[in-house]
Design a protein around this ligand. Structure first.
Ligand SMILES: [Zn+2]
Length: 272
């Protein structure tokens, strides 16, 4: 069983000391997949320091040389891997970036090339801002051939671009839902990779303020008994002592289970 960790929102606004403070004793056990925003927009958002809330301009990652240098070191050391997290992470009047931006293909392609070149690493995973993806957004990610780490993506065929595997995957998810005695309204993270023609998808369990160790352990044990894998999704900027403690105790729990391997999130998509 593979266990991975994804952390969202590293950007121009990130102080590398904050990543070090949160993960210095984590990433040698469990590499962190950092979902990085290439050209983060300055606007009123909890992840952004208040002095940028009125700026309303995009900040390319390279304008913060300290974070770029640290990301290069951390990827070279195998402590982190890099995923693409949107392009500007901005909101539009009718939705989040990968639901509502008019130029999704350009945002994907530019952001991907930019991060690969700047940090000097391969990027194979995309994380949509706010885990939100329209049908058009999903089509763009699939065409780009990037694998998707989400949380609550819809599996309903009507919400997705059509391709031959859509229906079979929907049946898989339905069958799993029924086998765990859930109704449509019950929260569910499907614990297996879903493969499509040009990409694959995997859902993560959120670690946010209020998440308990018990909730994570329950999700992990359910995935383990289903023969699946497990990924946590969190944000370094809201990890306080309480959440850090939940994370470390979860890792201790998972490490005691037989056959568990801590892996970079990209490896969730490997065929074996
Ligand atoms: Zn985000």
């Amino acid at each position: 069983m593979k266990v991975a960790l994804r952390d969202d929102d590293t950007s121009y606004f990130t102080d590398p000391a904050r990543l070090d403070a949160v993960y210095h004793d984590v990433w040698d056990r469990l590499p962190v997949c950092l979902a990085v925003v290439p050209h983060a927009m300055g606007f009123a958002d909890k992840a952004i320091p208040e002095k940028y809330w009125q700026s309303h301009r995009p900040y390319p990652l390279e304008e913060n040389p300290a974070i770029v240098a640290r990301l290069r070191e951390l990827t070279a050391a195998g402590r982190v891997t890099i995923a693409q997290h949107g392009f500007t992470h901005e909101d539009f009047p009718d939705g989040h970036e990968f639901q509502a931006a008019p130029d999704l293909e350009m945002r994907l392609a530019r952001g991907h090339a930019y991060l690969e070149h700047l940090i000097g690493t391969k990027i194979r995973v995309f994380v949509p801002p706010h885990n939100a993806l329209s049908k058009r957004g999903l089509q763009a990610v699939s065409t780009a051939g990037l694998n998707l780490l989400g949380s609550f993506l819809s599996f309903r065929p009507s919400m997705r671009p059509w391709e031959p595997r859509t229906l079979a995957n929907w049946w898989r998810v339905r069958h799993y839902r029924a086998s765990t005695n859930r109704t449509k309204a019950d929260r569910m993270i499907y614990p297996h990779v879903l493969r499509y023609r040009h990409h694959a998808e995997f859902g993560c369990h959120s670690l946010i303020p209020g998440t308990t160790l018990d909730e994570l352990v329950r999700g992990f044990e359910e995935a383990r008994h289903a023969g699946g894998n497990f990924c946590i999704a969190t944000h370094y900027w809201e990890i306080d002592e309480t959440l850090k403690d939940v994370l470390v105790r979860f890792m201790d729990h998972a490490a005691r289970a037989p056959g568990v391997q801590f892996v970079p999130a990209e490896r969730l998509f490997d065929v074996n």
